[in-house]
Design a protein around this ligand. Structure first.
Ligand code: COA
Length: 280
């Protein structure tokens, strides 16, 4: 099967009720990322990014894996044999779509259904939120086959889990379960595998109920301020809020009207009614 799988078939997706369910689709290879998969994934997420019928993107895996990381044969060995040009091209194809994901226009959720290794930490971090099956397995297996956790993985584990955990995880190559990954902050939460899709759907629906311009500005702001000193962050947030008004200057006014005048909702308890257009 693997030999016949076309580039197009390395990724599967469907859109249902404004949620795009995107799947790594090489289950027979535990969804490891080949150059073909990386090219296809970039094309798919870019196609979905500006579709009006998509409000949230979920990234998950077909079969027993979320993704077993980079393809040791097609990504590493074949390209190293072909030379530095091929290596760099393959790196760009992978890093490209992870970067697109980090700065995606729509909110994104990693639904980690199984194995998640090494290079897969790139798209894991690319997604804004992450929910894992309790029995999913996370590992920086690089040390087990003689390399360091590259492609951003060392940076990601340090940022998400802190120095000691990152060091232990990377140096021992020991896997952690989804449950432990949630305790560590590698994912938001872990749920029993049979509840995974329901829980992700629930979160996606919450996001679909928010003002999309505010949501986009929020997720980008959270990523940007992590690397800024306080004063720069404060100033940046003022500018971003003002820039957001050029896309949606009415949303906040309408929400204020619903709260102060109409008294139909409380911002502390949920989102305003997006379907009502501004009256003031
Ligand atoms: N690169 C290339 N091929 C991979 C792969 C990877 N990262 N992960 C799995 N595969 C292939 C296997 O070679 C095997 O191919 P084959 O059927 O042609 O022999 C197939 O996928 C199934 O893998 P298998 O090891 O038999 O599945 P499993 O369910 O017993 O074990 C894993 C699953 C994920 C534990 C195991 O495949 C594994 O350790 N993969 C490598 C993980 C890794 O270190 N990734 C690199 C991070 S940079």
């Amino acid at each position: 099967m693997s030999k016949e799988r076309t580039e197009e078939d390395t990724v599967a997706f469907e859109v249902s009720e404004r949620i795009a369910w995107v799947k790594f689709n090489r289950p027979e290879k535990r969804n490891c990322m080949s150059p073909a998969l990386n090219r296809r994934m970039k094309a798919v997420i870019e196609e979905l990014e500006f579709r009006d019928d998509v409000g949230v993107l979920v990234l998950t895996g077909e079969g027993s894996a979320w993704s077993a990381g980079m393809d040791l044969k097609e990504y590493f060995r074949d390209n190293e044999r072909a030379g530095l040009g091929a290596v760099r091209k393959a790196q760009r194809e992978a890093y490209d779509w992870w970067q697109r994901l980090r700065w995606y226009e729509k909110p994104t959720i990693a639904m980690v259904n199984g194995w998640c290794f090494g290079g897969a930490y790139g798209p894991l971090f690319g997604c804004d939120l992450a929910v894992a099956a309790e029995d999913a397995q996370f590992g920086l297996s690089e040390i087990n086959w003689g390399i360091l956790p590259g492609g951003g993985a060392s940076k990601i584990i340090t940022e998400l889990t802190g120095f000691r955990r990152a060091m232990y995880h990377a140096m021992t190559g020991e896997n952690v379960t989804g449950k432990r990954a949630a305790e560590w902050g590698l994912v938001n939460e872990a749920v029993p595998a049979d509840r995974l899709k329901d829980r992700v759907t629930e979160i996606a629906r919450v996001l679909l109920g928010k003002n999309p311009t505010a949501l986009r500005a929020t997720k980008w702001a959270i990523r940007r301020v992590r690397e800024m000193p306080y004063d720069s962050a404060q100033d940046y947030l003022v500018r971003v809020q003002e820039a957001a008004h050029s896309f949606d200057s009415e949303g906040r006014k309408e929400a204020t009207r619903q709260f102060i005048d109409e008294k139909s909702f409380k911002p502390g308890l949920g989102a305003y009614d997006l379907s009502q257009k501004a009256k003031s």
